[in-house]
Design a binder for this molecule. Structure first.
Ligand code: SF4
Ligand code: SF4
Length: 469
């Protein structure tokens, strides 16, 4: 038995052990999350500059959530896939627990629509900014409580017919699951059918309600890491059937994307999410946002839309008397417009590059949408970095306080690493296409343009006040 096979077998056993104890982990995480979100609200409000995560409970909770948990779970998919979802996440677990007693309504087609998860991510990311969840623990509690209610509601509405639970929320609606799903395609750990090793893959991955898999993967045709939450239910090291751990090179699934159920809707996520994440971070720091808000305010006044200058509802935008922060409708429209505008500004050239590329090769993909998808996935590593630096900005802000401005070298180093990774995987993907040298040069040129744009967006998140000054 090779070393790789031994490691895979060891991981099989470890995953099964983890899966058996997942209930304890989930209860532990649920208690931890409730403590993190609720207990500090009884303490002092962070109002002064001398208050830090180390002497203020609310700041500590915000730090754990946005500096550790969020970037940590995102990065973890590169190593262990969606292990967070299957073993640790209390939200998904609650949704599944309630599915045991839930009604068995059929899932409406709009929930099953492939674009729903991407839309859910976009909507929640913007909503999190208008609520200012990173700087207001009460708002974070509100957001988490509503998401909890939706996850539990899904369990109650779309219950499971078998004793295995069902996770409609995790498969179709969770904004965090959508981002973890896309980037778990890059990860080194995957689960594959034991009997499928060496066989040619199915053309598409099947969907099976009420099977063994809580996220409705038809195990016989599984071919992507995207929806697999590593719950280990289909893994049995002693049996000849079922799924088994496969160790693969970073980015393999993207390089061979035509064999791993590419999905055009997922591509919208790769095109839109980086701009959204970067704008979500920089809007509070860049002078460009101030000018945009001013212009929008003047326009509203010129149209006599005075309602824009009134405070909006606290479930939609931040209203915190203790922090003396009251968002107006103008703030709501400015933040949403700024984020959506920048997301589109970045997405359109990426889409154009993918569209142009779809003319350049024919290989295994027959339809243009499939060729666009195959090309668009090649931006995934850079898209992940943009999201990591944008949405995980609290981590880098903390590091800046500890090591000073030198932290920008770490961010720049990550940018260079992601660029190299993206460049190598894209080169390997173009090399695998059966195209002429001229086409290969064209494909690499288009990939270079897309990566340059994503790098510029990343640089903006590292130096938000330098550009547009
Ligand atoms: S998909 Fe969302 S709710 Fe489900 S387990 Fe993952 S993070 Fe939790
Ligand atoms: S394929 Fe389904 S049952 Fe198997 S580990 Fe993944 S989520 Fe769990």
């Amino acid at each position: 038995m090779s070393q790789k096979a031994r490691l895979e077998r060891w991981l099989d056993k470890g995953l099964v052990r983890l899966g058996r104890r997942s209930l304890y982990w989930q209860v532990f995480m649920l208690i931890g999350l409730v403590c993190l979100l609720v207990l500090p609200l009884f303490g002092a409000v962070p109002q002064y500059h001398w208050q830090t995560p180390w002497n203020n409970g609310q700041l500590f909770s915000e730090w754990v959530l946005w500096a550790i948990w969020y970037p940590g779970t995102l990065l973890s998919v590169l190593l262990v896939g969606r292990l967070w979802c299957g073993i640790l996440c209390p939200l998904g677990a609650m949704s599944e627990w309630f599915s045991h007693i839930g009604a068995r309504f059929p899932i409406p087609s709009f929930i099953k629509h492939p674009m729903t998860t991407a839309m859910s991510f976009i909507w929640v990311t913007i909503w999190a900014q208008t609520l200012d969840v990173r700087d207001d623990l009460r708002a974070a509690l509100l957001l988490f409580a509503l998401i909890f209610a939706l996850a539990v509601g899904c369990g109650l509405l779309f219950g499971s017919e078998h004793k295995q639970g069902r996770r409609v929320w995790c498969r179709h609606l969770c904004p965090i699951g959508s981002i973890l799903g896309v980037f778990s395609r890059l990860g080194v750990v995957n689960l594959v059918r034991k009997q499928a090793k060496g066989q040619s893959p199915h053309l598409s991955e099947g969907y099976r309600d009420n099977g063994l898999c809580p996220t409705s993967i038809d195990l016989a045709s599984k071919q992507t890491a995207r929806h697999c939450i590593k719950c280990a239910r289909c893994v049995n090291p002693e049996s000849k059937g079922g799924l088994t751990v496969q160790i693969r090179q970073l980015g393999t699934e993207i390089i061979k994307i035509d064999r791993h159920a590419p999905c055009l809707s997922e591509l919208w996520f790769i095109w839109l999410a980086p701009g959204l994440a970067v704008a979500g971070f920089v809007w509070a720091q860049t002078p460009l946002y101030v000018s945009f808000r001013q212009a929008l305010g003047q326009f509203a006044l010129s149209q006599h839309w005075y309602g824009w200058l009134q405070a909006g509802p606290s479930w939609l935008m931040n209203q915190n008397a203790a922090l003396n922060q009251h968002y107006l409708w103008l703030d709501f429209f400015s933040i949403s417009g700024f984020m959506l505008g920048f997301a589109l500004l970045l997405a359109v050239p990426l889409l154009l590059c993918s569209w142009l590329a779809s003319y350049a090769f024919h290989a295994n993909q027959s339809r243009r949408s499939q060729r666009m998808a195959a090309f668009g996935y090649q931006f995934a590593p850079m898209a992940m970095l943009c999201i990591l630096l944008g949405l995980g900005s609290t981590l880098f802000a903390t590091l800046k306080q500890v090591v000073g401005n030198d932290v920008m070298f770490l961010e720049l180093g990550l940018l260079v690493m992601a660029l190299l990774f993206n460049g190598v995987s894209a080169w390997r993907w173009t090399a695998a296409q059966n195209v002429s040298l001229a086409c290969r040069i064209l494909l690499n040129g288009l990939l270079l343009i897309g990566c340059a744009l994503l790098s510029a967006a990343t640089l903006w998140s590292i130096f938000p006040t330098l550009l547009f000054h």
